[in-house]
Design a protein around this ligand. Structure first.
Ligand SMILES: N[C@@H](CCC(=O)N[C@@H](CS)C(=O)NCC(=O)O)C(=O)O
Length: 198
């Protein structure tokens, strides 16, 4: 059985829970990271040298980096969530890479600032976030899911993180297409389970 090491409050762990639940795969999730103070041990570092979560253990195979874990699981279960045709697959993976390379820094800045009083927030946090969300909102226009009618790994990767972004206590534009997409995600029991911890 797969072991998923990572606290349920981590957005990157939530991505993986969402896919495991949606594919109805048996797994055990174990509390690792932050308040559990167990990612700085020799045992954990031997699995994941970054001290971060999630880490997936599949027998002798250990995988870290949440998007890589999504690809690993999807490859093992031949699912339409990970399209077989390279052109279709690239449409989904582009947004997964965009999330890590471009959105993640502004998301993390937003995550930290969201806990501060308004006067103590960096002046450009909301504007930087809004600039990226505007790109996503335009992309989602007329689409049910990130690449169209079919849910793909891009939805799994972006869903928990973008949901948090639009709920930050900042003065952001309405982003109607993103909100509708998040509502669609929230109607899925697997997503509900993934984000249950917040
Ligand atoms: N790029 C990595 C980022 C992993 C990451 O930053 N994880 C955060 C939680 S979302 C973490 O481990 N924080 C420290 C901790 O929980 O101990 C991934 O996608 O897996």
């Amino acid at each position: 059985m797969y072991k998923l090491l990572g606290r349920a409050t981590s957005g990157n762990v939530q991505k993986v829970i969402f896919l495991l639940e949606e594919l109805d795969i048996s797994y055990e999730r174990l509390d690792y990271g932050r308040q559990f103070e167990n990612t700085d041990t020799p045992e954990y570092l031997a699995m994941n040298p970054t001290k971060k979560v999630p880490t997936l253990v599949d027998g002798d195979t250990v995988v870290w980096e949440s998007n890589t874990i999504l690809r690993y699981l999807a490859s093992q279960h031949s699912t339409p969530f990970y399209p077989a045709l390279p052109g279709d697959r690239a449409q989904s993976e582009t947004w997964m890479d965009w999330l890590l390379a471009t959105v993640n820094p502004v998301y993390l800045a937003g995550f930290k600032d969201a806990k501060k009083a308004e006067a103590d927030r960096a002046p450009d946090t909301a504007a930087n976030l809004a600039a990226e969300l505007k790109i996503l909102d335009k992309h989602l226009s007329g689409k049910a899911w990130m690449t169209g009618d079919q849910l793909t790994l891009a939805d799994f990767a972006l869903g928990p993180i973008i949901r948090r972004c639009i709920n930050f206590p900042f003065d952001l534009p309405e982003f109607e297409n993103i909100r509708q997409w998040v509502t669609r995600l929230e109607s899925r029991p697997a997503f509900k389970k993934a984000i249950a911890a917040g």
